[in-house]
Design a protein around this ligand. Structure first.
Ligand code: BGC
Length: 746
């Protein structure tokens, strides 16, 4: 199925299709006819108005809407404003409905975990569920377009926006990005997949800095999740701020036209990011606003977010013959087509009295808790300190983030209210009470942990307790957009506080809150149990308590590599081999002289309260040709005494190829549940057509020869065998490849 068709079919389930005639005319043809009829009635100014995206508050003049000078608006988050705008649309000459855009990333009123945490669930259903809920709440008050998902892969945790994406793996990212697009659509939001492209690899991890990525590497690593979004029916894309190999994404015809439209067949529209078109002047590729507008539209940016440059300059650019009117027409077509597919022309006016006051509902809370607990990653658990033992009588909950209702929602919390949050302290206290355990809380320091005036009270509380649950990490302010960090150590005096707590000799479980791995240094030796909780959202406290007390067995796996030191970054598991693989006693091999070469915790890592054993791996067919599947089956057994979930992961490596290939690459995964003593046989199937690599022109090659196969519970999985590709397969850039499939045999 090509992208266009899957997009239309995908949307048909969500839109008002009653207006689409059926008599021998496909839905797609009917939309195109309607688009062209409408376009034929539009003045040049009205056309350019459709390309204008303005934010609520200044600079939006409400009259712009009735005068046909805005095609979409953003930062609308309540029904009253949407109703007012809709009424103004009715006063405009052509009554073309608006898109109401908002950054609905991980919830609207009910906050779900940030996407990086969500990725740790390694669970398509969970990503779909979270996005569907976010969309249901947002669309209830009239929002119909979200600036999400963020499909930017990143290998560098210094970059604050790593929290908004799915981590470092292109396959995991593709699966989850597609699930998010579909979940948003099911809940009533059109997606704007962002930031196209390469934004997650800025030099030095500095937000807004430049990116150099060879084209083949773009295709192999940075573009697959965007392609997955297009195939899942993302209505739109957002161009990125960064320059890619010297060409700003906002004026990058290769990205926006050659790849997105010609190779992938995408026929929705592209918006710029916030004043991204004007920033072409800062990039030094345009002398002024007029040139910036011209370069952006000619490259394929259809909508100008907040720049007002299209509306100001494009009519003159057309009249002067510098921009053909046909280019404007094509951009307008893309926007009108999208609005029609979304059913906006048929949509009744919204009731302005609708509010989000009744959110979060009981069901939304349940979903938020279900999602959050799947995202928690148990990094270490020495001597099985967790879950909390039955004989425990008192717990000291220490740390400012234990009771930080705003911070646990994380950045980009849309209409999140901190009053809705169940904090870690509340969740733990409530659960402890039911078991007759007393809980004392001491923050130990302020949120940024600059002062330790309150440390002695915390030490006293710790000394009196049977168990210390310390909640530390990254306050929300340190994560997200414009929050690049040069040091990933626990900020302020947190390390000092945790060392002092460890000095008490009390057993400590550390819950880390934050948008990226924190450098833990010697705390790893001093603190037996560490649970990564990301920004767990509204129900975070209940979800964390569920896991700490063993009511839910942790099953999250790291969607990125956790470094030992900031200086190791960028660091990722699917790296190329070195000419000199690490030999511990040979300095002239791959290593640091002042730090280990290995990460602290590898990609795909995460413990459970039970243990899983892998056995009897078999590979179906050992000789593979085009159209066939690499078929691997393995038994997974729960060896412990608790039920649990395991993420079965399949990696491959092409050991000898015409160019150096990664040491391993995730190709399939399946999350399974196992009762104590139970064994399941899991089948993971990978199409041969995804075992190769791209060339710079976007074509794809699977070279004849051996492919090694690894299966296990993390990226350290052991090798289970080898297959042989019998002859080289070449695919053109626009060929859609099937994706992995998995199954579980009881
Ligand atoms: C961000 C986008 C966001 C937009 C609108 C920009 O600063 O880069 O990701 O969607 O603002 O809020």
């Amino acid at each position: 199925m090509n992208v266009r068709l899957s997009y239309v079919l995908g949307l048909l389930s969500a839109v008002a299709v009653s207006s689409l005639p059926l008599n021998g005319v496909t839905a797609q043809e009917a939309v195109e006819r309607r688009v062209n009829e409408l376009l034929g009635q539009m003045t040049l100014e009205e056309k350019v108005g459709q390309l204008n995206l303005v934010s609520h508050g200044p600079p939006l003049r409400w009259e712009d809407i009735s005068e046909g000078k805005a095609g979409a608006v953003l930062n609308f988050n309540n029904a009253e404003d949407v109703a007012r705008a809709q009424a103004l649309v009715q006063q405009s000459r052509l009554k073309i409905p608006l898109l109401y855009g908002l950054d609905v990333l991980h919830g609207f009123r009910t906050q779900f975990p940030l996407p990086l945490g969500e990725a740790a669930a390694f669970n398509r259903r969970i990503s779909f569920l979270a996005s569907e809920w976010a969309a249901k709440e947002a669309s209830y008050v009239g929002v119909n377009w979200t600036f999400a998902p963020m499909a930017d892969l990143s290998r560098d945790s210094r970059w604050g926006r790593i929290v908004e994406g799915f981590g470092e793996d292109p396959y995991l990212g593709s699966v989850l990005t597609a699930a998010r697009v579909e979940g948003f659509r099911k809940g009533g939001l059109a997606a704007a997949t962002k930031h196209f492209a390469g934004y997650g690899a800025p030099q030095g991890g500095r937000d807004y800095d430049t990116t150099y990525i060879p084209r083949a590497e773009m295709y192999d690593t940075y573009l697959p999740s965007f392609r997955a979004a297009a195939e899942a029916g993302s209505a739109s894309f957002m161009a990125a701020f960064n320059a890619l190999n010297g060409e700003p994404s906002t004026a990058n015809a290769w990205l926006l036209t050659d790849v997105l439209r010609k190779q992938w067949g995408f026929d929705g529209f592209v918006t710029s990011d916030w004043v991204g078109i004007g920033e072409l002047v800062n990039h030094g590729v345009a002398a002024d606003g007029a040139e910036a507008a011209r370069k952006a539209i000619l490259a394929g940016v259809d909508m100008d977010m907040m720049g007002q440059l299209y509306i100001r300059h494009l009519p003159d650019e057309v009249r002067a013959g510098r921009v053909p009117e046909s280019v404007i027409d094509e951009s307008v077509r893309r926007i009108l087509r999208t609005k029609m597919r979304l059913g906006l022309f048929e949509q009744p006016a919204i009731d302005p009295k609708r509010t989000d006051a009744n959110f979060p509902s009981k069901e939304a809370r349940q979903a938020a808790r279900e999602v959050a607990r799947e995202t928690l990653v148990l990094l270490q658990n020495k001597d099985d300190l967790l879950p909390v033992k039955s004989g425990t009588r008192s717990i000291a909950v220490i740390g400012p983030l234990a009771d930080a209702p705003q911070d646990q929602m994380g950045p980009h919390a849309a209409r999140g209210h901190k009053e809705d949050s169940v904090t870690m302290l509340q969740g733990i206290r409530q659960r402890a009470q039911s078991a007759g355990i007393t809980v004392n809380h001491a923050p130990a320091c302020d949120l940024m942990c600059r002062s330790t005036e309150q440390l002695s009270a915390a030490i006293e509380a710790a000394k009196k307790a049977d168990l210390v649950i310390a909640v530390f990490g990254e306050p929300q302010e340190l994560s997200g957009e414009a929050a690049s960090r040069a040091y990933l150590d626990l900020s302020g005096k947190q390390k000092e506080v945790l060392e002092a707590l460890a000095d008490t000799g009390k057993p400590i479980a550390l819950v880390v809150i934050g948008g990226r791995p924190q450098v833990l240094n010697s705390l790893v030796e001093r603190i037996p149990s560490i649970l990564m909780a990301w920004y767990p959202g509204t129900e975070g406290g209940n979800a964390v308590a569920d896991v700490l007390f063993g009511d839910f067995n942790p099953s999250g796996k790291l969607p990125l590599t956790w470094p030992r030191a900031t200086g190791q970054l960028p660091m990722y598991y699917n790296r190329l081999p070195s000419s000199r693989p690490t030999l511990p006693n040979n300095r002239f091999t791959l290593q640091y002289i002042d730090e280990a070469i290995t990460p602290l915790y590898p990609f795909g890592w995460g413990l459970s309260y039970t243990q899983f054993a892998y056995s009897d791996a078999t590979i179906g067919q050992k000789q593979l040709d085009a159209g066939q599947m690499l078929d691997v089956s393995v038994n997974v057994t729960n060896k412990g005494s608790r039920a649990g979930q395991e993420v079965v992961q399949l990696y491959t490596r092409d050991p000898v190829a015409s160019r150096s290939r990664p040491l391993r690459q995730l190709k399939a995964f399946e999350k399974i549940s196992l009762n104590p003593g139970e064994t399941k046989r899991v089948s993971l199937r990978v199409p041969v057509e995804s075992l190769g690599f791209h060339l710079d022109d976007g074509s794809y090659v699977v070279e004849a020869g051996a492919i090694q196969v690894f299966v296990g519970g993390s990226s350290l999985a052991g090798q289970v065998g080898e297959v042989e590709i019998v002859k080289t397969i070449s695919l053109p850039p626009d060929e859609r490849r099937a994706s992995a499939s998995t199954s579980v045999v009881q």
